[in-house]
Ligand binder design. Structure first.
Ligand code: PLP
Length: 367
């Protein structure tokens, strides 16, 4: 590739904004004309449209994916069982949220093929102090939730799905986000369903959980100026974001199909030194195109020389994060630790051109 070929970016949010400019402008104008800025008609409509799409009883908008995790954890976790079991390879969001909720993260290792929690990896770390298990559908791949649900239900443990990376993933028993006690979403702009700023949501089919979330997201109020629930916050999804998310929900399935096709192309082209994690079928929405290689530094140099963007999701497992590594001196997660040194993400977003996808494929083939 010539040194002057334009870079293939790891992401470029401007492309979708340009393509969707007319409908986004119309959505924003509709909000400004309405005079409603928070918790108005767009918010209500988005909540019911996302609930219908997921097949979930109710969706509640909040201000970010991390807020969604914190509020959902508070809503479902028995304070007498304050340990939250999760994976350490998912970017630290659950850890941040659990700690803010006054809970204690504990880590289970992941499956070496899928990089996800399974009932077999979770079971050994469960005890009577565990109140909630958080399963993240990492990179866009829906985890096998049914065995986890059984495992948790038998022990009185709540199960939460983190769907920040998996909006639109479909499994045999329903959509990611409708498979456990409660689920959380992020609408950070790079997510498959992205806002034009921050946003998040909580989905649940348990009316008692929905009621607690509705209070916790707005000061603990049962109604205006009545604080019925301690530990409340202010975490709202505003009307402008909700209006844009409504237009983008309609595009989600097409964008996810394009992402899957991009990952499939990389998998087909990659050399033997590279293993591209497959994103086949409706259970994977291709949030990230992730590969593993024992020669990551060499691959990074090779891609950089070709002007191809890349990143590591995620380089530091949660139990090694400097802020709390000391608390986890006894935690050893062999698979998680090995994968953190081998994973690499390459460009994957629906607006990549065919030519750019081919350039990334060529670079992976020549490695
Ligand atoms: C992005 C992300 C979050 C956090 O979402 P924010 O909206 O940035 O707070 C949580 N979990 C996962 C897996 C994510 O990818």
């Amino acid at each position: 590739m010539s040194a002057t070929a334009p870079r293939v970016p790891i992401n470029d949010l401007g492309r979708a904004l340009t393509e969707e400019s007319a409908e986004i402008t119309a959505a924003l104008s509709r909000v400004l004309a309405s005079g409603w800025l928070v918790h108005g008609p767009e918010h209500t409509a988005f909540e019911s449209e996302l609930a219908a799409y997921l097949g979930a009883g109710r969706v509640l908008g909040v201000a970010s994916g991390t807020d969604a995790l914190e509020i959902a954890l508070r809503a479902v976790t028995d304070p007498a069982r304050p340990v939250v079991v999760t994976a350490a390879n998912c970017g630290g969001y659950t850890t941040t949220a659990a700690r803010r909720a006054g809970l204690t993260p504990r880590y289970a290792d992941v499956d070496p093929e899928t990089h996800l929690l399974t009932a077999a990896t979770v079971e050994p770390v469960l005890d009577e102090r565990v109140g909630t298990v958080v399963v993240t559908h990492l990179y866009g791949r829906a985890a096998d939730v049914a065995p986890l649900r059984e495992l948790c239900a038998a022990r009185g443990i709540r199960l939460l799905e983190d769907c920040a990376q998996s909006a639109g993933a479909r499994t045999g028993e329903g959509m990611a986000g409708a498979l456990a006690d409660v689920a959380t979403f992020s609408f950070y702009p790079t997510k498959n369903l992205g806002a034009i700023g921050d946003g998040g949501a909580i989905a649940t089919s348990d009316p008692a959980v929905a009621e607690r979330v509705a209070r916790l997201r707005q000061y603990g109020w049962s109604g205006k100026y009545q604080i019925a629930e301690d530990g409340g916050r202010n975490s709202r999804l505003d009307e402008l974001q909700a209006a844009v998310l409504r237009t983008r929900l309609a595009r989600l399935d097409a964008g996810n199909a394009r992402r899957r096709a991009i990952v499939a192309h990389y998998a087909e082209r990659a050399s033997e030194r590279v293993h591209v994690l497959p994103a086949d079928g409706d259970g994977h929405v291709g949030h990230l195109a992730v590969l593993t290689t024992p020669d990551r530094d060499a691959l990074r140099e090779h891609l950089a020389a070709d002007g191809i963007g890349h990143d590591v999701h995620y380089p530091v497992p949660d139990h090694h994060q400097p802020a709390f590594a000391a608390e986890y001196a006894g935690t050893v997660l062999p698979v998680t630790e090995r994968l953190a040194a081998e994973v690499l993400s390459v460009p994957c977003f629906p607006e990549l051109t065919d030519d750019e996808v081919a350039r990334v494929g060529d670079a992976l083939a020549r490695f």
